[in-house]
Every structure is written in C-alpha cells, then in structure tokens.
Write a protein that binds this ligand. Structure first.
Ligand code: DAT
Ligand code: MG
Length: 139
C-alpha cells in the first residue's frame, strides 16, 4: 500500500520570487495536510548531505550551491498516495516539460531552479523528513 506522507521544499528561487503563499495554497487546495513546516537556510554542507544520492551527477555542485543560496520552506505533507500525488502536482523536473497547471510549470524557470522538491519514494520521504524534522516538530 502506498504511504501517506511525503517531504517537500519550496526552493530558494521560488522563495526569492515571492511564490511561497501561492505554492502553499496549491498544496493545501490539492488536499495535502501539513504535518511539519520550517523556514530555514541550508548550509552548503547540509545541502550536500541532503542531495548525497546525486553526488556523481554533473550538476551536483551547482545543485548544492543553489539549494544553499537562500532560505527554503521545508515541510512534511500527508495525504493518501502522498508521494505519487505530490509528484503529479509539481510536474516534471524540467519545467519546460511540466504539465499545465503544475507548480513547476507555473513557478519554475529552469531544470536547475525548479521551485519545489518532492520525494520520489516512500522510503526517501522518510529519510528526507528525518533529515529536517525531529519527532517533536511533527503534529
Ligand atoms: P526531481 O527534483 O524532479 O526529483 P532529480 O531527483 O532527478 O529531480 O534531481 C534533483 C534536482 O537536481 C532537480 O530538482 C534539479 C536538479 N537537476 C536535475 N537534473 C538536472 C540537470 N540536468 N541540470 C541541472 N540541474 C538538474
Ligand atoms: Mg528527486
């Protein structure tokens, strides 16, 4: 059975461009409940650790630099079929290929600066949620 939680970040580009409110509205309107949320800036070391799985990819350095370039909103979201439904809501990694109405289509400018993160599996949702939130920070 699919899990009920996923992890998201509103990335530095979307924060800088003033899209926090609009993105949270789309997330809540789509039926996700916020279980945990914080506004933080990751250090390059933290961003590097979060994206460790991409260490060998050519864009890793750029990704770490971007994700530590300004504050983000990190959140744990709850809904039936959370991981898959959230990936549908955010759209393809490359906003040029994202479906109309998706968060990345609406608010992202490039494949590197693509407005939001969404976990790609139930297992990674747990790992990523645990990276950012303690038990006491979840409601
Ligand atoms: P997603 O965020 O859709 O799960 P991913 O896990 O493949 O995509 O990559 C993680 C992030 O790395 C992605 O959100 C933006 C960046 N990225 C991916 N492919 C890239 C590329 N070809 N050039 C630059 N950045 C890229
Ligand atoms: Mg991914």
């Amino acid at each position: 059975m699919a899990g009920t939680q996923t992890f998201t970040m509103i990335k530095p580009d979307a924060v800088r461009n003033g899209h926090i409110g609009a993105i949270l509205d789309k997330i809540c309107t789509a039926g996700f409940r916020i279980r945990a949320m914080k506004y933080i800036r990751m250090s390059p070391e933290q961003a590097g650790a979060f994206y460790e799985v991409h260490k060998e990819r050519p864009f890793y350095g750029e990704l770490v630099e971007f994700m530590s370039s300004g504050p983000i909103v990190a959140a744990i979201l709850e809904k039936d079929n959370a991981v898959e439904d959230f990936r549908t809501l955010i759209g393809a990694t490359n906003p040029a290929e994202a479906a109309d109405g998706t968060i990345r289509k609406l608010y992202a400018s490039s494949i590197g600066e693509n407005a939001v993160h969404g976990s790609d599996s139930d297992q990674n949702a747990i790992i990523e949620s645990d990276f950012h939130f303690s038990k006491l920070e979840r409601f």
